[in-house]
Design a protein around this ligand. Structure first.
Ligand SMILES: C[S@@+](CC[C@H](N)C(=O)[O-])C[C@H]1O[C@@H](n2cnc3c(N)ncnc32)[C@H](O)[C@@H]1O
Length: 370
């Protein structure tokens, strides 16, 4: 049996009640007898761990993207909570560990139900995860929840999930917000503000955006940042040098500055509403009788979309709640390195078999480093 985690009730009103009968799950189509042969399965790009993600994080390299698909508050798997009130406590240690491991370039993709996300959002914010956008996966009327008796459920059927994008709040050395550091550094040079426009070769964007202190602030593109730093160090007061040195020694370069924010690149025309039927057909991992092995298996195309948008070849992707390791599979197909964990021995073994069997011949990893 996987270790069932029963977090302390998060909501004061729940303390008086008996603990909710959480974590039991809704039954599994397959339970494999026996333990996995080894607690870890690896190839050149993928490391899949059997066990609690909390025990693995410290040993994993810093992630460019974290794909979280954990508790929803719907008893979706053994260890899920029975309602959203316990979701914040469930995520608390994970959100803290992700924050410790994150770099300024890390993106967190947080899959959940709408209410599960709403409950978890304050926890994520408290740990420095800054909301970017909420993407809605619309499974359509074909989803089983679209065919229910609305007279009994007394609401519109829910056929959606969300995949919410978070990044790290941009901070400068010493923890100051990046935008105040940029202005303070420029002021230190003794140069007039408008000289920043000339430095970047723009009419007024440098002052209006890069050095602005309001919501209009805009992260300077790497080439613009390099020009600002060059200009400041060449023409600013000599006694104040170096300017714009993140490490206090060398002025920031375009390449270093580029790593101060997350990667994002998506094809034109993709919006935040993802029309996509539930996983079915050959993509769905099933037992011989036809039942799905894991109720929560995510569509490989949607997961590939977020991995590709937020990482580059060779980057590290974390999948703390592996299930059948959809994100690890997507990452490997895209030439990224994946580190994933799964508590449940059956899911772990089936997931490993899935990843191991995935078209080895078709794989062309773009990354061949250590
Ligand atoms: C929603 S499912 C993920 C499904 C997965 N995205 C897929 O496409 O197959 C969540 C999984 O996380 C696992 N899990 C829950 N808590 C965990 C933890 N602390 N560490 C590792 N796995 C965990 C559960 O056993 C469950 O299989």
């Amino acid at each position: 049996m996987p270790r069932a985690r029963r977090p302390a009730p998060a909501h004061p009103a729940r303390r008086a009640r008996a603990p909710a009968p959480t974590t039991v799950g809704r039954g599994k189509a397959l339970v494999l007898r026996g333990r996995p042969r080894a607690p870890i399965w690896r190839d050149a790009l993928v490391s899949l761990h059997h066990g609690d993600a909390l025990d693995q994080y410290a040993a994993w390299p810093a992630p460019a993207a974290i794909v979280s698909d954990g508790a929803y508050g719907v008893l979706g798997f053994e260890g899920d909570t029975s309602d959203h009130l316990e979701v914040p406590a469930w995520y608390e240690p994970h959100a803290a560990a992700w924050a410790r491991a994150a770099t300024p370039a890390t993106t967190l993709w947080f899959w959940n139900s709408e209410i599960g996300w709403a409950a978890a959002h304050p926890v994520l914010e408290r740990h420095g995860w800054r909301y970017v956008a909420c993407n809605v996966w619309n499974k359509g009327r074909g989803h089983v929840a679209g065919n229910v008796n609305t007279g009994s459920i007394r609401r519109f059927p829910v056929v959606t999930e969300v995949c919410v994008q978070y990044v790290r709040a941009p901070v400068a050395p010493g923890g100051a917000p990046l935008k105040s550091w940029l202005l303070a550094e420029w002021r230190r040079t003794g140069l007039p503000l408008k000289a920043a426009n000339a430095a970047c070769g723009v009419k007024d964007a440098a002052v209006r955006k890069y050095l602005d202190q309001s919501h209009l602030w805009y992260f300077p593109p790497p080439e613009a940042m390099a020009r600002l730093a060059e200009h400041a160090n060449a023409r600013g007061r000599p006694e104040g040098r170096p300017y714009f040195a993140l490490d206090g020694v060398a002025p920031v370069t375009a390449a270093v500055w580029a790593r101060m924010r997350s990667t994002f690149c998506c094809p034109f025309g993709v919006t935040n509403v993802w029309e996509r039927a539930p996983v079915a057909g050959p993509e769905r991992v099933r037992i011989p009788g036809g039942r799905a092995v894991h109720l929560n298996q995510k569509p490989l195309d949607l997961v590939s979309r977020i991995v590709e948008a937020s990482t580059s070849p060779g980057d590290v992707v974390w999948e703390p709640f592996g299930g059948l390791f959809t994100a690890a599979l997507a990452a490997r197909r895209l030439g990224r390195r994946a580190f994933a964990a799964e508590l449940d021995p059956t899911y772990f073994q089936v997931g490993v078999a899935r990843v191991a069997a995935d078209g080895a011949a078709e794989r062309r990893p773009a990354w061949t480093g250590p």
